[in-house]
Design a protein around this ligand. Structure first.
Ligand code: PAD
Ligand code: ZN
Ligand code: ZN
Length: 374
């Protein structure tokens, strides 16, 4: 492409400081160095985790930063030595890389690459420099993907090539929200046919858990949210019961235990609150229940160990347990075969310039997923 090897000037939403709105600015994006890929982002979703980071809650993230981690795009140019993608390929940038070499990448049971930002900060690319600048200042990367930019540069091992037929304005959700929720049910909980599930939180991720539970053959899926406006879509996607904890005097775990006899087989916390994490754990069968934590919080949790001593399993998940470079393209293929209706998660599509409006819709509980188009 004509831009290969050159600095590209384009739009990006810069988070200059925690707690402030994003500012749509002209930024410079340097060409990819060896082992890197420059991607033209076509569409990006807004995930609750972006809002969480914007508040300054995630350690390891440095401001000013370009957030966004739910994007899809087209390779514009590649650095020296890149072999797995070429200009023109449709790709999804991966917020969890897959280096293929670390002990977790070599373990079929794990999707936690040791190059993930808990182990190696991803504020800068692996060579410890940034490809972004704005008004003469260096801007940090986020999870190496920074999809709130028209062009972004990522390491080759944080990119998945997807089917050329994939609509980027729809499969951008596979970069985080859909894959996380669907995989939490299929891969992490391993929901069994005929089982009963409870899903706490019916945002884009929670509704994807509902879809995963349904696909796994759960016979009862109880959707829990304090916003009853989320119930219609939950039912459309497979929830058999919808309950609002505020409609009950007793704790929701007691309500769920009464509804099911012994508690649910699988419960999922997809909100990111300490109290609902404990409620989700206490809602599953005290002996054989499995509770999966999906929500992100910086609060600490104190629990009665007896909740676990009786036999419950408490698990966490990142990106739904998919080994991303292999798993995400397969999910995209399943989407093209119409195996699930992830498009129903998209309630709003906005031009990129309205990124802050997208965040407002999320905070007000009015959207499931907003997709921003460049
Ligand atoms: P969202 O804000 O769209 O949805 C959250 C839902 O929770 C909303 O429908 C709320 O009404 C509901 N809710 C809030 N408080 C309560 C409560 N007390 N009881 C019941 N329901 C409540 O968020 P999202 O779907 O984008 O993300 C959900 C969480 O998952 C969030 O914590 C995010 O950071 C996390 C996440 N984790 C991963 C991962 O890999 N583990 C990936 C992506 C997102
Ligand atoms: Zn996310
Ligand atoms: Zn690895």
């Amino acid at each position: 492409m004509a831009t290969a090897g050159k600095v590209i000037r384009c739009r990006a939403a810069v988070a200059w400081a925690p707690g402030k709105s994003l500012s749509v600015e002209e930024v410079e994006v340097a060409p990819p160095k060896a082992g890197e890929v420059r991607i033209k982002i076509v569409a990006t979703g807004i995930c609750h985790s972006d809002d969480y980071v914007l508040k300054g809650s995630l350690p390891n993230v440095e401001f000013p930063v370009i957030l966004g981690h739910e994007g899809a795009g087209i390779v514009e140019s590649i650095g020296e030595g890149v072999t797995s993608v070429k200009p023109g390929d449709k790709v999804i940038p991966l917020c969890i890389p897959q280096c293929g070499e670390c002990s977790f990448c070599r373990n079929p049971e794990s999707n936690f690459c040791q190059k993930y930002h808990f182990s190696e900060p991803q504020n800068l690319l692996p060579d410890k420099t940034s490809r972004f600048s704005c008004k003469g200042k260096q801007i940090h990367h986020f999870l190496w993907v920074s999809t709130f930019a028209e062009y972004t540069v990522v390491p080759e091992y944080a990119v998945a090539k997807i089917d050329a037929a994939a609509p980027l304005d729809k499969v951008c959700l596979f970069s985080c929200g859909f894959s996380t929720g669907y995989g939490a049910a299929i891969n992490t909980a391993k929901v069994k046919p005929g089982s009963t599930c409870a899903v706490f939180g019916l945002g884009g991720v929670g509704l994807s858990v509902v879809m995963g539970c349904k696909a796994a053959g759960a016979s009862r899926i109880i959707a829990v949210d304090i916003n009853k406006d989320k119930f219609a879509k939950a039912q459309q996607l497979g929830a058999t019961d919808c309950i609002n904890p505020r409609d009950f005097k007793k704790p929701i775990q007691e309500v769920l235990t009464e509804m099911t006899g012994q508690g649910v087989d699988f419960s999922f916390e997809v909100i990111g609150h300490a109290d609902t994490m404990i409620a989700a754990l206490a809602s599953c069968n005290l002996s054989t229940g499995v509770c999966v934590m999906v929500g992100v919080t910086d609060s600490k949790i104190s629990i009665d160990p007896m909740l676990l001593l009786t036999g419950r399993t408490w698990k966490g998940t990142l990106l739904g347990g998919w080994k991303p470079r292999e798993g995400i393209p397969k999910l995209v293929s399943s989407y093209l075969e119409k195996k699930f209706e992830s498009d129903l998660l998209i309630t709003h599509t906005l031009p990129f310039a309205k990124v802050n409006e997208g965040f407002e819709l999320l905070r007000a509980g009015k959207s499931i997923r907003t997709v921003l188009l460049f």
